[in-house]
Design a protein around this ligand. Structure first.
Ligand SMILES: NC(=O)C1=CN([C@@H]2O[C@H](COP(=O)(O)OP(=O)(O)OC[C@H]3O[C@@H](n4cnc5c(N)ncnc54)[C@H](O)[C@@H]3O)[C@@H](O)[C@H]2O)C=CC1
Ligand SMILES: CC(C)CCC[C@@H](C)[C@H]1CC[C@H]2C3=C(CC[C@]12C)[C@@]1(C)CCC(=O)C[C@@H]1CC3
Length: 369
């Protein structure tokens, strides 16, 4: 029996999770009365971070392109993070900024990724310094070191990907470098990068919805590779927990400052076992037979090239991009030892329970046939 398990409230009107205050009083110093801003706070992860912050007694501002939920305890600011005039009012008089905004990886729009993830993040750093913000917690990604080949128990010391597989990854690398380099004791400005991997949970607009669409199109009959490749899938509540711990441990001379941290469930699981559990939970057939990984990878690369050539005539969005095929057929799991040691991180919800909660959260996508 895992201790420190969240008191699940499955679910409030929008499928959220809440925690018992007594169970989850976070260790060290009091954060009561602390003010913070969550940039991207209306997104999937952002909303869970907001919920946890409110639970922990923070005053919370949310900055996003659109307001997608209501909460009387939150002050909402709507705007584009690349516009200083939009952002400045949202971060004035706050101690901590969480930056978890990004265009979705599927958008494949080079200019958008550069503008938001790279230039926009530099703008955020400057705006934070100007406003006297002391702590910046970036949501990076473990993918910043992934180039499509196996990573087993990878540590944060692995070099950044020299050949990132897509613009999303390329700009997450640039963004993380900027944020970590901005850490400065002299300026009383402390930064940290959280690197989650394969975030899942109720209300995600990516993993389960794409998987279900693929299943409905009859494209999940086969798995890619032999089905043995271990991967990290991280429950969103654990990722939010890692963000709060990081903010808590950002202060002058803390070993956390200026560093990146993997935040995972610390329970790697074969990619296709995870997908099959979600599919079966939602009453869709799961794949039983494997297709050769390299064959599918090169097919996906060829298809991508074809789509590029046809783009001026008609735009196609293939389900199986080279990046997705690589993610489905290689090992990619990471050590979160550094977060355990320096921030006292421990996943709150184990994978098995997280999958059950996720399936429950997507009851509306159940296969009724
Ligand atoms: N979903 C995953 O598996 C993983 C996600 N991440 C990172 O976690 C963070 C959050 O991801 P999700 O919650 O899944 O994405 P999401 O798409 O649900 O949320 C992102 C939010 O950012 C906002 N946003 C985008 N551009 C903006 C702009 N120019 N100005 C203001 N707001 C803007 C969007 O409106 C959205 O609400 C991202 O930084 C992503 O790179 C990292 C590892 C894995
Ligand atoms: C078509 C199906 C067989 C697979 C559907 C699931 C995929 C959509 C997801 C499986 C692994 C996920 C993943 C990400 C997005 C969604 C998946 C590809 C990220 C690329 C999201 C952003 C990151 O920073 C890294 C993630 C790695 C895992």
């Amino acid at each position: 029996m895992i201790q420190n398990r969240p008191m699940v409230n499955p679910f409030t009107s929008h499928g959220s999770l809440t925690f018992s205050h007594t169970t989850f009083k976070m260790a060290t110093r009091s954060r009561k009365g602390k003010k913070c801003t969550v940039i991207g706070g209306c997104g999937f992860l952002g909303q869970y971070i907001v919920e946890r912050l409110l639970e922990e007694g923070y005053k919370v501002n949310v900055f996003d392109m659109a307001q997608t939920f209501e909460d009387d305890r939150v002050k909402f600011f709507v705007g584009d993070l690349c516009q200083e005039k939009d952002l400045a009012p949202a971060i004035s008089d706050v101690q901590t900024v969480f930056h978890c905004a990004s265009p979705p990886p599927s958008s494949d729009d080079r200019d958008l990724f550069y503008r938001v993830n790279f230039i926009g993040t530099k703008d955020i750093i400057n705006a934070c310094k100007k406003a006297g913000v002391q702590k910046l917690v970036l949501t990076s990604s473990a993918s910043v070191v992934y180039e499509g080949t196996d990573i087993k128990n990878g540590t944060e010391d692995l070099p950044y990907a020299k050949k990132p597989m897509d613009y999303y990854t390329e700009t997450k690398v640039l963004q993380e470098k900027e944020v970590l380099a901005a850490n400065s004791s002299e300026e009383n400005f402390f930064t940290v990068a959280i690197r989650p991997h394969g975030i899942f949970g109720p209300r995600d607009r990516q993993l389960v919805p794409i998987l279900v669409d693929t299943a409905r199109a009859g494209k999940t009959k086969f798995m890619i590779g032999n089905g043995e490749n271990l991967v990290d899938f991280t429950y969103v509540v654990n990722v939010a927990h890692g963000h709060l711990l990081a903010a808590e441990h950002l202060y002058k001379d803390s070993p956390v400052c200026g560093k990146a941290f993997h935040i995972t469930n610390d329970e790697p699981i074969p990619f296709w076992t995870f997908m099959s559990r979600i599919l079966e939970g939602l009453n869709y057939p799961s794949p039983k037979m494997g297709l050769p990984y390299l064959l599918i990878y090169y097919l996906a690369a060829f298809l991508q090239l074809l789509c590029l050539l046809l783009k001026p005539i008609k735009e196609f969005k293939p389900t199986f991009t080279p990046m997705r095929v690589a993610l489905a057929g290689t090992y990619h799991y990471y050590s979160c030892q550094r977060a355990k040691q320096l921030m006292g991180y421990k996943p709150l919800v184990p994978v098995d329970e997280a999958i059950k909660l996720t399936v429950k959260g997507y009851a509306h996508l159940q296969n009724k046939n």
